[in-house]
Design a protein around this ligand. Structure first.
Ligand code: CA
Length: 405
């Protein structure tokens, strides 16, 4: 432990002195420290049954830390977006449309998995979208990391994540040793999330399934394996077949004080909660917890047991809500009916799509219509604002959309 701290501190100094962004080749001294860590860690891995041959294969040709994992180890901004901004980037016309295409393309697989595990196929599609953009991230090899290298980097350089990374590294080595993948195929995010459904190695060991029957649990290349693995995780964590994740509700005046409480749907109805479409809640004794995810001026949600099962995948409420809403939209049940309390003059996700399409039609913008306002969209907005004599702040707004209509 002392050794680790010393190395970590000297590396921090190095970084502070150089700074030494990822653009520069990594310092030879750091590489030597990393290599020493990898050599030393074998003893720990061996205690978990990892053979020398597996270990050598896992780290063959790896002589330096993973640059991106190293950068994240040093600095991770605490980025907190509003719930509606988070949902806009995940539940939108694009993710719904691709979800429906995937539902059609993989219908047989999805139906078989739904029957076998009792988990709603639309939830599986939504998770697939959230985790890897329906596998699109796996098609960008430059964004994939070698999992043992990335985890060893975190274990070596990131005191906050060292324990997690050591545990995950051992699990990754076990996956390799079991022969499900070759060392080259053991790819993932900088933090070790792998394949179509972004399982970390310990979750893979618990839940991975060979659904296509080729003898390998391949969540990297087999869509049936990946989707069945997600279904298995949800099934083993209490997914209730045939039930929804929750209901959008209208918050009655003065009822914000019940936030976080759990009652039966009948009790919520008795307190004045209604669904925005006017329909009643199903009768019965199902219990639900009140969540006010956009504050007391936003819509209310009555979350059922399956919402909390989705959180076994990712513990954030915002994640589980996005999965639930996207699944409903893919299934054709429609989206949210109420609006989030967005700042005055800003656009909702449908309006963001409309603004981008209009800018494209007018020839100001040639990027994707995806609701995502990156540098291309901002430059286009500034150009239009200049043309119209508006303030050139590059921000999408209601006034700009009105001007283009
Ligand atoms: Ca398989």
């Amino acid at each position: 432990m002392t050794k680790f701290r010393t190395r970590s501190r000297s590396f921090a100094l190095l970084l502070a002195a150089g700074l030494v962004t990822v653009m520069m080749p990594l310092n030879a001294q750091a590489d030597a420290g990393f290599k020493r860590w990898v050599a030393d860690f074998y003893e720990t891995a061996a205690k978990s049954g990892i053979s020398r041959s597996t270990y050598q294969k896992a780290f063959a040709g790896i002589s330096e830390p993973d640059p991106e994992a190293l950068q994240k180890a040093q600095y991770q901004p605490e980025f907190k977006s509003q719930i509606w901004e988070y949902l806009d980037s995940r539940v939108n016309p694009y993710t719904v449309q691709i979800g429906r295409q995937m539902a059609a393309r993989h219908g047989g697989t999805l139906n078989a998995i739904e029957r076998h595990f009792g988990v709603d196929k639309n939830i599986l599609l939504a998770i697939w979208s959230m985790e890897s953009n329906y596998g699109a991230v796996l098609e960008k090899p430059e964004r994939l990391h070698h999992v043992p290298q990335a985890l060893a980097t975190l274990a070596w350089a990131d005191p906050k994540r060292a324990k997690f990374a050591r545990t995950q590294l051992i699990a990754a080595l076990k996956i390799l040793q079991a022969g499900d993948v070759t060392p080259k195929q053991l790819t993932g995010s900088w933090a070790g999330a792998m394949g179509h459904t972004q399982f970390i190695p310990t979750s893979y060991l618990l839940y991975a399934v060979d659904a296509d029957g080729n003898g390998k649990r391949d969540i990297w290349h087999s869509i049936p394996d990946a989707l069945a693995t997600s279904a298995n995780l949800l099934a083993k964590n209490g997914w209730t077949t045939g039930k929804t994740w929750g209901y959008e509700a209208v918050l009655p005046a003065g009822a914000a004080k019940y936030e976080g409480q759990t009652k039966t749907l009948a009790q919520w109805a008795a307190l004045g909660f209604v669904r925005p479409n006017g329909k009643g809640f199903p009768r019965g004794t199902d219990r639900a917890s009140l969540k006010l995810m956009g504050g007391s001026n936003g819509p209310a949600f009555l979350m059922m047991k399956n919402f909390f099962t989705i959180k076994k995948y990712n513990a954030a409420d915002s994640y589980a809500l996005a999965v639930g809403l996207l699944a409903d939209e893919i299934a054709g049940f429609g989206g949210m009916q109420q609006s989030w309390p967005r700042p005055h003059g800003t656009l909702d996700i449908k309006e963001k799509f409309e603004l981008q399409s209009r800018m494209k039609q007018l020839g100001y913008y040639d990027g994707e219509v995806d609701g995502n306002f990156g540098s291309g969209s901002k430059a286009a907005i500034s150009a239009i604002q200049k043309r119209l004599g508006m303030d050139q702040n590059g921000e999408p707004s209601q006034s700009l959309l009105r001007a283009l209509r």
